[in-house]
Design a protein around this ligand. Structure first.
Ligand code: LLP
Length: 435
């Protein structure tokens, strides 16, 4: 992931889905200014066609491989989005009982749900077994014992997959790299291997698959091929040891362009090819599971926000702060990872441009959405900005810090747009507190 301050392109790259029509931005033919007027700001706006296109691009890249796209719903668990992806045939990668509830509620069949994560609690394992999901991805020895114990108590056999940590450097932002031995994820290969006798000897465990996820926003495909090849070898060992393996899960990491790339990320086709080439030594007949998150929803969503004030700062040269009604509470990625998001003007302006920092009202200097962007000098109170590429890890990572009620969400299609999550009220923030 490239830092916000790095390589700031002066031009916002055009979007296929948030398009400029007669000077003003629209989504699926609806003016964003009309959405802002009707729903208020800040608001997340999603395009249904973009979701469909993204799903189709991933499935096309998987080509003729027998496969399941298990959407990493941590990227965006809005029920309307999940329902739409479910209607296209998508499964889910979940990491909590809460996400299990969302996935099944949205109509994703349990047979298409896998459960990742290093810290599954007993009640979450119970819920997964009760729902009869496809597989629990086991990430440690004590977790395997808990799953076996709970399955035994239920008089059932739990379908599990072993998540392997292949010790491959995904060469991405350290916070989103998950495939190295110094991260908390998965089991080192020798430890995964050592679990095979335990797994195969238990009437309460069924080894249904092997899995890995080396990280997000992969800048090159070589680490992916390397990890998938190691996983394929391990899958072969499992089969040879007698495991009834059905799937090989290669994780997520399909990259998306945010607009400040020095060099393009690998295309979806190249990503699919990298998976295929890693699978060369895999046993026959396995279904390949992939877990894209941002690649399905990132580009489909943007954060619509309105300028509250424009303020001259001090310093040399003096800074210009564009203070908007969205903040790190709505979109924490810039503050957390110095992530870059393109900032577009809803209404075009012919005015000259000068650098400005787009910041929120939260009382933290790290509360910024964009730094040093070339924005029109006449930008003023009431103007609307669109923070692009915010469909993934945007609303989902929102907080109510500073008692700010989380933003509304709107889903647009060719016919209409509708609010798919209402803006929380201030009162709702204290509903669970004592009077
Ligand atoms: N599978 C597993 C097991 C994961 O942990 C993740 C993401 C994915 C799939 C999906 O990764 P994706 O395809 O979206 O890159 N908050 C960060 C991203 C954290 C990703 C955590 N795991 C961000 O805003 O960039």
């Amino acid at each position: 992931m490239r830092a916000a301050s790095e390589n700031d392109p002066q031009e916002v790259p055009p979007s296929r889905f948030f398009r400029r029509e007669t000077g003003a931005l629209s989504v699926e033919g609806h003016a964003l200014s009309a959405i802002a007027d009707e729903v208020g700001t800040p608001t997340y706006v999603y395009s249904r066609s973009a979701l469909t296109a993204a799903y189709e691009e991933v499935t096309q890249a998987m080509g003729t491989l027998p496969h399941l796209v298990a959407y990493a719903i941590k990227a965006n668990g809005n029920l309307a989005i999940l329902r739409h992806l479910a209607s296209l045939g998508c499964g889910a990668d979940i990491v909590s009982a809460g996400e299990l509830w969302r996935a099944t509620r949205a109509g994703i069949p349990p047979s298409k749900i896998v459960f990742s994560g290093v810290g599954k609690r007993d009640e979450e394992i119970e819920a997964a077994l009760e729902a009869d999901i496809r597989a629990i991805h086991v990430e440690s020895e004590p977790e395997l014992e808990r799953v076996a114990e709970i399955a035994k108590r239920r008089g059932a056999a739990a379908r599990v997959a072993l998540r392997v940590n292949p010790d491959v450097d995904a060469k991405t932002h350290p916070y989103i790299a998950t495939g190295l031995h110094d991260t908390k994820f998965g089991l080192e290969l020798p430890r995964a291997r050592a679990l095979l006798p335990r797994l195969l000897g238990s009437p309460h465990l069924l080894l249904e698959g092997v899995a890995c996820h080396i990280g997000s926003q992969l800048e090159t495909t070589a680490p992916l091929t390397e990890a998938v090849a190691l996983l394929s070898d391990f899958a072969r060992e499992c089969v040879e040891a007698g495991a009834p393996l059905r799937s090989i899960d290669v994780g997520g990491g399909w990259p998306m362009a945010y607009g400040n790339e020095h060099a393009p990320y690998p295309s979806h086709q190249a990503f699919g090819d990298a998976i295929r080439s890693g699978l060369q030594n895999a046993p026959d007949g396995l279904e390949v599971i992939t877990e894209p998150g941002r690649a399905l929803v990132g580009d489909a969503g943007a954060l619509l926000t309105r300028v509250i004030y424009v303020k001259r700062g001090g310093g040399e040269p003096a800074r210009r702060f564009v203070i908007v009604d969205a903040a790190m509470t709505e979109l924490i990625r810039p503050a957390l990872y110095e992530a870059y998001h393109a900032v577009d003007l809803v209404e075009e302006s012919a005015a000259a441009r000068a650098p400005a920092d787009v910041v929120g009202p939260v009382c933290e200097s790290g509360d910024f959405l964009a730094l040093g962007r070339h924005l029109p000098v006449d930008l003023t109170r009431g103007d609307l900005l669109l923070i692009r590429g915010a469909g993934a890890y945007g609303r989902e990572m929102a907080s109510a810090y500073n008692a700010r009620p989380p933003a509304a969400e709107v889903l647009a299609d060719e016919e209409s747009f509708r609010v798919v999550r209402r803006r929380a009220s201030v009162a709702s923030l204290s509903l669970l507190e004592e009077e």
